[in-house]
Unconditional design. Structure first.
Length: 425
């Protein structure tokens, strides 16, 4: 199976950058999800690899073939890249049976005999479990069955890479869950490279071997799902991935020793953050400053190139949400080196009978397996998840602690992750 390599790939319209100098390596037989909010550049990236969109600049390789190179003038058309594309709408021929829909692309290639086409159609139909529907028309099938037909049609020509652009978005919630499982098994049995576009972080988390998270055309993080969840590169990644959403808490403080940071949170509660891996904040800031200088140097170098166009959709530090009971209209001032942001996943916030911080149950949403709580501390609201069939009375008092080493400490200046660790109050 081929490895896909994107080198400094850019796609822009005027001064709007849909994809901004993207470097990406998709390994053989991996299942990579391109994840991000609407308009972030994920579908454009997929279409550029597939050959349905022409990059402004850069280089794309699929296996040992260069399919696009702006400097050498190479641009291999989509039909010669030997890839399969599964669209959001199934695009099935309504006047053709399931068999005819799957066989359509094979007949056009003219290199298969009638017997070979028949063998291939029945083989892929068996893989996606639709062999009993071969004589039916698309209108006689459910949404999930139509999706399986579209997958079988994509698999039939045996593409080296399969691209999927939000293929499950038209299905109901229960069927989407079922199809996620089927796609995961399909990836295993076909032993092919899958590149999958979605804005649904649950799909990305459950399907991918690696998540490529994009925002404003810029790659934010490219890592395994649990790494993206537990050690996000920045505040945006932490906010985008996770359900229920992560809690953000402003903090002010300073490092007293290499492993500890003394903080004030919510807003006047004293707390101590202990790094899981010892980090010296002064050294971290020095490294972060160097990164910022390197980025500015690269920007100035690009500005000297007559072909370069300055980015109109400017990048900025993510404006993270702070949940409050009443919006007091307070405006965040310019951050200093003493300003931090804590990222606290709901499962890290432990509800107990005593100790920690006293809180009021603001809302309780049981689902059977777990209960999602909104806890009020002063004017602030924090989300917690309690597993098991536990009931809570609204307005009742509880206590909360922060368990484990999963609390995240971010810089308010850059929004970047400093490190993870424990929080004691």
């Amino acid at each position: 199976m081929p490895k896909i390599v994107l080198t400094d790939v850019t796609k822009r319209w005027g001064n709007f950058y849909a994809v901004d100098h993207l470097d990406l390596v998709i390994d053989d037989c991996s299942f990579v999800t391109l994840l991000g909010p609407s308009g972030c550049g994920k579908t454009t990236t997929l279409r550029m690899i597939a050959g349905l969109e022409t990059p402004t600049s850069g280089r794309i390789e699929i296996g040992d073939q260069v399919v696009f190179d702006s400097e050498k003038g190479i641009n291999i058309p989509a039909n010669k890249r030997h890839v399969g594309f599964l669209f959001q709408n199934y695009a099935l021929w309504p006047n053709m049976t399931v068999y005819q829909n799957i066989a359509f692309g094979l007949k056009n290639q003219k290199k298969y005999t009638k017997k070979e086409i028949d063998d291939i159609v029945h083989r892929v139909a068996k893989v996606v479990k639709i062999e009993m529907f071969m004589d039916r028309y698309p209108s006689e099938l459910s949404g999930g069955q139509q999706q399986r037909v579209a997958i079988a049609r994509t698999l039939a020509p045996e593409p080296s890479v399969i691209f999927m652009d939000e293929p499950l978005s038209n299905l109901d919630a229960k069927l989407r869950l079922e199809m996620r499982s089927e796609l995961q098994r399909l990836h295993l049995t076909t032993d092919k490279t899958f590149v999958y576009v979605t804005h649904d972080q649950m799909e990305a988390m459950t399907l991918a071997t690696k998540i490529c998270l994009i925002e404003n055309g810029v790659l934010q993080q490219y890592a395994a799902p649990l790494e993206v969840y537990g050690k996000p590169n920045n505040i945006f990644v932490a906010d985008f991935v996770g359900s229920p959403s992560i809690n953000f808490v402003d903090a002010v403080g300073e490092q007293l020793s290499p492993g500890n940071v003394s903080l004030s949170i919510l807003p006047d509660i004293p707390a101590t953050f202990r790094f899981k891996d010892q980090i010296d904040l002064a050294e971290w800031r020095k490294t972060e400053k160097q990164k910022a200088e390197d980025k500015e140097t690269r920007r100035l170098e690009l500005a000297k190139d007559s072909k370069n166009v300055e980015k109109g959709n400017k990048d900025s530090v993510f404006n993270y949400p702070i949940a409050k009971v009443d919006d007091d209209g307070a405006v965040r001032g310019d951050p200093t080196e003493k300003d931090f942001v804590l990222g606290i996943r709901p499962e890290v916030l432990e509800v107990c009978e005593e100790g920690g911080i006293e809180a009021e149950v603001y809302s309780a949403m049981p689902t059977g397996m777990e209960t999602t709580l909104r806890l009020r501390i002063g004017n602030f609201l924090l989300t917690s998840v309690v597993f098991g069939g536990v009931t809570f009375e609204l307005g009742s008092k509880v206590h909360v602690k922060f368990k484990g080493n999963g609390v995240m400490l971010f810089s308010r200046i850059s929004g970047e992750l400093i490190g993870t660790g424990s929080l004691e109050v």
